[in-house]
Ligand binder design. Structure first.
Ligand SMILES: Cc1cc2nc3c(=O)[nH]c(=O)nc-3n(C[C@H](O)[C@H](O)[C@H](O)COP(=O)(O)O)c2cc1C
Length: 206
């Protein structure tokens, strides 16, 4: 089949786009507003984009189709800081819960039954239950125009200035124990995947 996204002529019951870029890592973004209220939300338009300095990005809807400017984006642009927490199998329900659209004064960390702990460098909190935290300093925003104002997105870039890995997730050989972490990723629709011993394989580069 072939379709042109703008014409919405895929003829399928649901938009297939999100099922074609899979699996997507989930940036579970914690931030704080200028009055000190914590915020947490998952973003699967998320990835690492460079090594030195390590840099990450995520993209959030800013138009009316996605309830206007996301609290995460507002907080990060106002304070210049955020943390990416690794979403795992053990925290999948809390991750999902933290995606609720709530007023800015709601603390999704508490509402999702999670624990906020202080970061070392930035003021945004970390999620205690996550095995990895990337402390980030805001770099820049890039606006992605929508077909209409309602569809617009904004990409947030951040430099990773501090990295926490829980010691129990480092093997005796000094490798990150990804199998033990059971990281989860986003597929299309309401589907997810999990990184575990069944799903990992290795290949040497030619
Ligand atoms: C797994 C998952 C991935 C999501 N990815 C995105 C995303 O990439 N961009 C986006 O705008 N919303 C995404 N959402 C929805 C946001 O998490 C949701 O709108 C949330 O309320 C935003 O919170 P905030 O306003 O506190 O930032 C995702 C939701 C889930 C469950």
């Amino acid at each position: 089949m072939f379709y042109e996204p703008k014409k919405k002529n895929h003829g399928l019951p649901k938009n297939p786009f999100n099922s074609l870029i899979v699996p997507r890592p989930i940036g579970w973004i914690s931030s704080v507003d200028e009055s000190g209220i914590h915020n947490l939300a998952p973003y699967s338009f998320f990835n690492a984009v460079s090594y030195s300095p390590p840099t990450v990005m995520f993209s959030g809807g800013v138009g009316s189709a996605s309830d206007g400017l996301k609290d995460s984006i507002r907080n990060i642009e106002a304070t210049g800081e955020f943390v990416c927490n690794l979403a795992t199998w053990d925290t999948r329900e809390q991750m999902n819960k933290s995606s609720q659209t709530l007023p800015p004064e709601s603390d999704e960390i508490v509402l999702s039954g999670l624990t906020a702990i202080p970061s070392k460098i930035v003021n945004a909190p970390r999620i205690k239950e996550a095995p990895v935290h990337l402390e980030c300093r805001y770099l820049k925003s890039v606006d992605i125009p929508g077909w209409t104002e309602a569809d617009a997105y904004r990409v947030i870039f951040g430099e990773v200035v501090g990295i926490h890995i829980k010691d129990e997730f480092i093997t005796e050989e000094g490798l990150v124990d990804v199998i033990k972490m059971l990281a989860i990723g986003r597929l299309g629709y309401n589907d997810y995947t999990r990184v575990d011993s069944e799903s990992i394989f290795s290949m040497n580069r030619p």
